[in-house]
Ligand binder design. Structure first.
Ligand SMILES: C[S@@+](CC[C@H](N)C(=O)[O-])C[C@H]1O[C@@H](n2cnc3c(N)ncnc32)[C@H](O)[C@@H]1O
Length: 203
């Protein structure tokens, strides 16, 4: 991995996804989190302070050592027990049906084998569990989508494998999950990066 991806991207991400706008939409995305949570792409832990009181523990999956270090202060500041349990959302070292909630925020864009990661989400969820996602992805607006396709390769090189063109709801459904709620929002900022999918899915 390059110095850019390993050291710069996690710090830029921590700042870019730590704004008040993002915090507000992030808080809405995890309103229904409860019980034992598995969080894919925990990053520097920006979602941690936003979890409702119903959350009893968080098992974090995060490959970046820099992001994990940045997250240490948030882990120290919360009363929720948090444990790092793995490096790859596509290969969870967790038994079947052991999570009440799986959370992914701005991570399905980056996991290389996203289809497999979503099958893992379904596998580790309890039958009454929920998958909460907040992701940027492919816009239904044709001119924005054209720009997303043009910029996708550059984005992947600059932002550690982040894709602009993933149709998040289609991927979630294709993994056998049932999408029960789906909202779209736009963040302030460049159109190709700001079309959001905020949703809930069940196994
Ligand atoms: C754009 S950041 C988002 C971080 C955080 N979830 C947030 O909302 O700010 C994407 C995160 O996915 C992580 N990631 C990359 N590949 C991954 C994988 N295979 N499994 C789990 N997380 C991964 C990255 O290290 C990074 O922390």
């Amino acid at each position: 991995m390059s110095i850019w991806s390993e050291h710069v991207v996690p710090r830029v991400t921590d700042l870019a996804l730590g704004t008040a706008d993002v915090r507000a939409v992030r808080a809405r995305a995890v309103e229904r989190a409860r019980g034992e949570v598995v969080e894919l792409g925990f990053g520097s832990g920006p979602t941690l302070p936003l979890y409702p009181a119903a959350v009893t523990s968080v098992r974090a999956v995060e490959p970046s050592a820099v992001a994990r270090r940045l997250g240490a202060r948030r882990m120290a500041a919360t009363s929720i027990p948090v444990q790092h349990v793995g490096l790859d959302g596509a290969d969870l070292d967790l038994p079947d049906a052991t999570a009440d909630t799986v959370v992914s925020t701005f991570t399905l864009c980056t996991i290389p084998d996203v289809e497999r990661a979503l099958r893992e989400v379904r596998r580790v969820l309890r039958p009454d569990g929920v998958f909460l996602f907040l992701e940027h992805g492919l816009s239904p607006e044709p001119s924005t989508a054209r720009w997303q396709h043009r910029l996708d390769g550059l984005q992947q090189r600059l932002v550690a494998g982040c894709h602009l063109t993933r149709p998040i709801d289609v991927l979630v459904r294709d993994a056998g999950l049932t999408v029960t709620d789906l909202e779209h929002e736009s963040l302030r900022g460049p159109g190709p990066m700001s079309y959001l999918y905020r949703g809930v899915a069940t196994p």
